[in-house]
Design a protein around this ligand. Structure first.
Ligand code: HEC
Ligand code: HEC
Length: 155
């Protein structure tokens, strides 16, 4: 092999390598297979309309907790209460009631948010890290699970 031939051989070998790397990179994941959504990430479909379970506030039995310290499920309908905004939080009006913490809660009464939810319990000052209630407390609806899992309720 002459020097020029060797050079050409090396060059084409390098080119082949670069091309195959390019080919793997080029095999892009289709944009409807990136997330859990079955449509393209560039589409913004309207969310499915869900009928939440639970009647008006004060008419429901409290739900069983899934595990110790789990944020309890919202038992009532929250239609017209969401989205919670900086200047709009109806949840707080019923649940941030430190005076009720000492009382026995019977059916129909709003369950007071626990001590952990206040910056100052005595003054009834809510902790701002708890402002967005639905970040942790979820309403209930009969829907198919997005991803199956094997979680079981603690006994
Ligand atoms: C008008 C008063 C009122 C408003 C507003 C309200 N709730 Fe309630 N909430 C209640 C009452 C009363 C209960 C007792 C159970 C029932 O009737 O559903 C309750 C129950 C709950 C529970 C279950 C507590 C437990 O320990 O079982 C959670 C969680 C909850 N509400 C969260 C919220 C969130 C989050 C919002 C705002 C999106 C909200 N509530 C708005 C009155 C209210
Ligand atoms: C960062 C998560 C988080 C946020 C935000 C949050 N909570 Fe909670 N909440 C919890 C957890 C966790 C518990 C259970 C605490 C426990 O068992 O010690 C709880 C318990 C409660 C309870 C049940 C109290 C009881 O005695 O059974 C009520 C009512 C409640 N929260 C209401 C609210 C309301 C109303 C808001 C918004 C103003 C809110 N929470 C925001 C996590 C959160």
């Amino acid at each position: 092999m002459s020097i020029t031939m060797r050079k050409t051989f090396l060059l084409s070998a390098l080119m082949a390598c670069a091309l195959s790397a390019y080919a793997t990179q080029g095999a892009a994941i289709p944009d409807d297979a990136i997330g859990l959504s079955k449509s393209s990430v560039y589409e913004d479909p309207d969310p499915i309309v869900v009928n939440y379970r639970g009647g008006d506030v004060g008419t429901n039995k409290r739900a069983q907790r899934s595990y110790h310290t789990a944020p309890p499920m919202i038992t009532h309908s929250i239609v017209d209460m969401v989205p919670i905004r900086q200047d709009f939080n109806l949840c707080k009006d019923c649940h941030v009631q430190p005076d009720l913490l000492k009382e026995k809660i019977t059916q129909g009464m709003p369950v007071p948010a626990p001590v952990s939810h206040y910056a100052n319990v005595k003054k009834g000052e809510m902790h701002m890290a708890r402002w967005n209630c639905t970040q942790c407390h979820a309403p209930q609806a009969d829907v198919k699970t997005l991803v199956n899992n094997t979680f079981r309720k603690a006994r």
